[in-house]
Design a binder for this molecule. Structure first.
Ligand SMILES: *Cc1c(COP(=O)(O)O)cnc(C)c1O
Length: 473
């Protein structure tokens, strides 16, 4: 069973949690009542299980008897014709490449599982299901691509006009048929607010069956935990060939915006993935690092940066992190780090100079955070040298440092960087940093030549509602 983060007495099935997205009455998000453990025998197999086997074992307890095992396996096989390969870039640093799906971003992992799960649950319905999704960049294309052509379901994507890259815009505005795009005069937070308002509009819900597809949907969150477990087991398996640290602590660095990805990591760790801790790496939208360092949560308007898929000032999934862990517990696990645009450019360049790896601006934020923390920032923090609040870096004090801080200062950690997008999706930024453009996968090149079909929308709820009623239903 699942419960509402704002009213724990409201409990729903997996099906309801998936189909509703969030609780329309409270605006709360759904969380599983219990995070089950993966069997020890499964986690300690000599041969690392395949990505699909990990996906199946992880999903099974969350789905219960609501989807039969053979159907669940079919959903997973259909969702993941690709996996998440690991690239070692130095003896203690690995990159988990999450861009091998159709839209070249990590959101394919969540969106494809969600689309197939919803389609399974929607089989018995007669009315269409309308999915509303606000995107700051990559969500829209991943969700559009995942649902494109799925019968009985249509998708409306809202994105902030002029605030996403031209390629990202092409990727979400060129669908035909059941996937539409609205370019909104406003920020990502405005788009998200329009969607949230629609969900709490009872009159509208009486006329349209609405659902969400943002990372607030539990069926997008759960599958993102698959690759944490997969990556952690692969590193445990091969680590001894790469370095001579005895039982290193694995620290996963997550480039974060709305904090769905990091929340999925927390779930994987609770289930038994061999992960010691996390680094929450953000751009100048530093709401969560500031919460970890200062103890008070202050949502704020988002600011535009080079890593624009992380431009979120009021991250929805903070509510879930808070449901999983108290502030003190979160501090023991997670270090907070933020990086401005100048630092991001420099990180893309240095990562390439030092390792030969071409990393995108989101991954670059994570790489810099890990590299900085392992090579002195954490040791300095423990010695009482505090980062001044106005410059980028590790935030907090010795008192708020995670419990793995000492391991890190003593060089007993290895790092896993989540690379959330293919660098060619941010080709211009990468070219400016390293002097050449990364090669473009064919699946991206194709979409560049399709006509834009998006429609304009004011940042105005009444207009948005009228559009929905005129165009859907
Ligand atoms: C969405 C996105 C992120 C942020 O993920 P959250 O789950 O929102 O924290 C990071 N990088 C890329 C490329 C993204 O598309």
């Amino acid at each position: 069973m699942y419960h509402d983060t704002r009213d724990a007495s409201k409990r729903v099935s997996f099906r309801t949690a998936v189909m509703q997205g969030m609780d329309p009455a409270t605006g709360g998000l759904y969380m599983p009542d219990e995070i089950p453990s993966l069997p020890k025998s499964f986690l300690s197999r000599n041969l690392v299980p395949s990505f699909r086997d990990i996906a199946f074992e992880t999903a099974k307890p969350f789905v219960g008897d609501e989807i039969p095992e053979d159907e669940l396996m079919a959903i997973i096989a259909d969702a993941y014709p690709f996996t998440a390969p690991i690239a070692p870039i130095d003896p203690t640093t690995y990159v988990l490449e999450l861009f091998h799906g159709p839209t070249c971003a990590f959101k394919d992992f969540g969106a494809r599982f969600m689309a197939r799960t919803m389609s399974y649950f929607n089989r018995s319905e007669t009315d269409s299901l309308h999915i509303l999704v606000a995107t700051s960049g990559d969500t829209g294309s991943a969700v559009g691509s995942a649902f494109h052509g799925v019968p009985g379901i249509d998708v409306t994507i809202l994105y902030p006009r002029g605030k996403i890259s031209p390629l990202q815009e092409k990727q979400l505005s060129t669908f035909e048929g059941n996937v539409r795009a609205l370019s909104v005069e406003g920020t990502f937070d405005d788009c998200q607010k329009l969607v949230k308002t629609a969900f709490t509009d009872e009159a509208l819900r009486g006329r349209l069956r609405l659902s969400s597809a943002n990372s607030i949907n539990i069926s997008r969150l759960l599958p993102q935990s698959f690759y944490y477990t997969y990556g952690a087991l692969l590193i445990r398996d091969r680590g001894r060939y790469d370095n001579d640290i005895d039982s290193p602590s694995l620290i996963v660095t997550v480039p974060s915006g709305n904090f769905g990805n990091l929340t999925s990591g927390l779930i994987a760790r609770k289930m038994g993935a061999p992960i010691r801790g996390f680094i929450a790496a953000t751009n100048s939208n530093r709401t969560v690092p500031d919460w970890l360092a200062g103890g008070s949560y202050r949502a704020r308007p988002s600011v535009s940066t080079l890593s624009n898929a992380m431009d979120v000032g009021a991250p929805s999934n903070w509510e879930r992190m808070n449901a999983l862990y108290s502030l003190d517990e979160a501090r023991r696990l997670i270090a907070g780090y933020w990086l401005d645009d100048a630092g991001t450019m420099e990180a893309i360049r240095q990562c390439n100079d030092r390792t030969g790896y071409i990393i995108d601006p989101h991954g670059a934020v994570a790489w810099r955070a890990w590299d900085d923390i392992r090579s002195g920032a954490m040791a300095a923090l423990l010695e009482g040298k505090v980062v001044p609040p106005l410059s980028s870096g590790l935030v907090g004090t010795a008192a708020t440092a995670p419990e793995w801080a000492r391991d890190c200062a003593e060089k007993k950690c290895v790092g896993l960087i989540l690379e959330t997008a293919h660098p060619s999706k941010f080709g211009e930024t990468v070219r400016e940093a390293i002097g050449r453009e990364p090669s473009i996968p064919e699946r991206l090149e194709r979409v560049m030549n399709l006509p834009d079909r998006s429609q304009s929308m004011a940042n105005d709820y009444a207009q948005f509602r009228d559009w929905l009623l005129a165009n859907l239903g």
